[in-house]
Design a protein around this ligand. Structure first.
Ligand SMILES: [Zn+2]
Length: 318
């Protein structure tokens, strides 16, 4: 069963079936008979994409572009499998991500080192290489047409150096990947979405991330399409909050660096970030219990702690 929701402007959001419901999104955009897929999810998402197309009477030959915002595997893990079934589609990727899509062996080795072989195989499976003729790198500011609509690609480092965001002139929104943080729907209340930055290893760069967020906001978008999870309104207000939180995370990181021995950084960062966000969440007036909202954010907080630890080591070395 495909879990999809229509958002307007020819855009559907699909649940990629990654880890839990409403964890990671894939977007299907349709215009004048042409389709773009934004984020591929993993191997388990690919059959869902085809089932969705069938339900909506769209032939797979309508897919013109497949656009992972960056090559982290919750965004691009299924790209090889998907492209194999779409010989006429182009994979549109950041110049720094292209070689990893053509030869995913490094991506696979890196992720296997993190997750272990058994876990990697069950969640992601072997990553498939993509024919270089099907891979299109997009430079900062480049535009592509999907039917009559114009998609503009911006280089947005900070979460990862191989990350772009896409501005869509029809919805007047950005597809933000992980650059504009995370806002899980379970945490949305009458106070709005609960948004926070994602600082995943190994390329988190706070200054670059803040510059990218400001750049997105400078387009005065009406909405943002987050991969984790779905559309949010009021980008200016949420962006301010994200910029503030990036600074707060850095402040917490530098305190940890000063106060505890290096072998305790990760544990301490994880604890302090979790307490910080839990405290914020209690003021956000969610109806979930604190155990429930801890569960929603725990895996991202740990990833954030790991990414910030890597950044601290680089910062110390510099
Ligand atoms: Zn992600």
């Amino acid at each position: 069963m495909v879990k999809a929701e229509y958002l307007g402007w020819g855009i559907h959001v699909l649940d990629t079936a990654y880890q839990r419901e409403h964890m990671a999104a894939c977007y299907v955009m349709e215009q004048d008979g042409e389709v773009a897929i934004i984020e591929t999810g993993t191997k388990d998402t690919v059959p869902l994409i085809f089932a969705f197309l069938e339900q909506h009477n769209l032939p797979s030959s309508a897919i013109k572009y497949v656009m992972p915002t960056h090559v982290h595997l919750d965004h691009a893990g299924g790209a090889g499998l998907l492209m194999q079934a779409l010989p006429h589609a182009q994979l549109v990727v950041h110049p720094q991500g292209a070689r990893h899509m053509i030869d995913p062996s490094k991506l696979q080795a890196g992720a296997t080192a993190v997750y272990g072989e058994a876990m990697f195989q069950s969640v992601y499976g072997d990553l498939l290489p993509i024919d270089p003729a099907q891979v299109m790198s997009v430079e900062d500011g480049q535009t592509l047409k999907l039917g009559s609509r114009t998609l503009t690609f911006l280089d947005t480092p900070g979460h990862a150096r191989h990350h772009y965001c896409v501005f869509d002139d029809v919805s007047e929104g950005f597809f933000t990947g992980d650059t504009f943080g995370l806002a899980y729907q379970e945490l949305t209340t009458h106070n709005g979405p609960f948004i926070f930055p994602t600082t995943t290893p190994v390329q988190f760069d706070p200054e670059a991330l803040k510059a990218s967020i400001k750049r997105l906001l400078s387009y005065e978008p009406k909405r943002m399409f987050l991969t984790h999870y779905s559309m949010v309104e009021n980008p200016q207000e949420l962006g301010k909050r994200l910029l503030y939180l990036v600074d707060e995370f850095v402040r917490i990181a530098l305190e940890v660096q000063e106060q505890v021995p290096v072998d305790q950084w990760l544990n301490e960062l994880n604890g302090r970030l979790l307490r910080y966000l839990m405290n914020d969440l209690s003021q956000h007036e969610t109806t979930l219990s604190s155990a429930e909202y801890a569960q929603v954010i725990a895996s991202d907080v740990l990833l954030n702690a790991q990414g910030i630890e890597v950044w601290l080591h680089k910062n110390q070395a510099a």
